[in-house]
Design a protein around this ligand. Structure first.
Ligand SMILES: NC(=O)c1ccc[n+]([C@@H]2O[C@H](COP(=O)([O-])OP(=O)(O)OC[C@H]3O[C@@H](n4cnc5c(N)ncnc54)[C@H](OP(=O)(O)O)[C@@H]3O)[C@@H](O)[C@H]2O)c1
Length: 335
């Protein structure tokens, strides 16, 4: 039988500033046979996430860094094509940390079975995957929105943002998005039901915030940090909640992270700002999937993906997250 060839992207260098193709090495190697307890998975889709930029850095974080020479870490969905693990059989579809490669050998510990009859496979990397869980628990547990409140979401149309904005509407809030460009803002309102959307690429967002949030901001779901966080801090209401989900504007900095200059607004307004890491809610993912599945069935929640073809495009496709070219959850179709 012809031996399968694995195409892999490994981390070749720790990036300085923006990621580039040379930070990865592309290699081909024969696919390893699964040993006792292992499964062989053919990668179908890979999730591209801003967090990947952080995983490429050395140093302590919420997860260990990817080492030089190691296959670049990535979540994905694939099909089991051989199994020596009693939990799985060939033909099962699974989601888990597959890495940027066309085949993955796994001990199965982090693999979860997914059902393409219940939802198309890319949805398991979006609303039914890590971004959906992040939006659900970040907004509901930390943001605690109440009907009639104003919720602002940055990177409003991205994977996490699109779900956070829609859940805010489901909960009876006014949802205001912040996104890059007129087209994205129109997309935010049309596809995800935001009441309005502020285009930060047009200039300072203060006037847009004043217009869209005349009574101030009760919940800010922050995906970007930097100047946008600073601007929103100037408009928070008493007892506002700021969810620190991410700070994508800062991930490729060559200078230190820009901290919030206007943090004293938290004091004045008796407000709080709280960081979150989605893995802390792992025991409750089932609950969120059930609820979001129901909202989808009722037509209240949608999840849109931006799917790019070809494992070989990985480095350039990843960059779309930082230029803002992705419309919806960025996914790489591998096979
Ligand atoms: N804490 C957690 O557990 C957790 C889990 C998952 C994700 N996250 C975080 O959630 C955030 C969103 O992730 P995602 O997967 O949903 O990505 P995404 O929003 O689908 O894609 C990234 C978006 O960020 C925006 N962006 C990029 N550079 C920017 C800049 N310099 N200034 C302002 N906006 C910029 C762009 O949108 P525009 O074109 O609209 O600017 C881009 O489309 C990230 O910060 C990520 O790290 C956190």
């Amino acid at each position: 039988m012809t031996r399968l060839i694995n195409q892999q992207f490994k981390l070749a260098a720790r990036p300085v500033g923006m990621v580039k193709r040379e930070d990865f090495s592309y290699e081909e190697a024969p696919v390893a046979d699964p040993q006792d307890g292992e499964v062989l998975v053919k990668t179908l889709y890979l999730s591209l996430d801003p967090a990947m930029r952080g995983w490429m850095n050395a140093g302590k974080s919420y997860i260990r860094p990817v080492e030089i020479g190691e296959i670049m870490r990535a979540g994905g969905v694939g099909e089991v094509i051989a199994s020596r693990n009693p939990r799985f059989q060939a033909g099962d579809f699974v989601s888990g940390t597959l890495g940027v490669q066309s085949y993955a050998v796994s001990n199965g510990k982090d693999l979860v079975k997914v059902d393409p009859k219940l939802a198309p496979l890319p949805k398991y990397l979006n609303v039914l995957g890590m971004p959906g869980m992040t939006a659900y628990f970040g907004l509901l547990d930390i943001g605690q929105p109440k009907p009639g409140e104003t919720v602002v979401v940055s990177a409003a149309t991205g994977a996490v943002g699109q779900i956070a904005g829609q859940i805010a509407k489901i909960k009876g809030c006014k949802a205001v998005g912040i996104a890059g460009g007129a087209d994205k803002c129109a997309y935010a309102v049309k596809e995800f039901g935001y009441d309005s959307c502020i285009d930060y690429k047009r200039g300072p967002i203060y006037p847009g915030l004043a217009q869209s949030c005349p009574d101030g901001v009760d919940v800010y779901f922050d995906n970007v940090g930097g100047e946008i966080l600073d601007a929103v801090l100037t408009r928070i209401r008493m007892k506002a909640r700021i969810v620190i989900c991410g700070a994508v504007s800062q991930y490729n900095n060559t200078t230190p992270v820009q901290g919030p200059k206007n943090y004293l607004s938290l004091l004045v307004n008796r407000a709080r700002m709280e960081g979150m890491v989605v893995f802390d809610w792992a025991a409750r993912y089932g609950e969120a999937s059930l609820q979001m599945g129901q909202w989808m069935a009722e037509g209240k929640l949608k999840s849109l993906e931006d799917i790019v073809d070809g494992l070989e495009t990985f480095p350039e496709t990843l960059l779309k997250l930082f230029s803002g070219e992705n419309f919806g959850k960025l996914i790489l179709r591998v096979a």
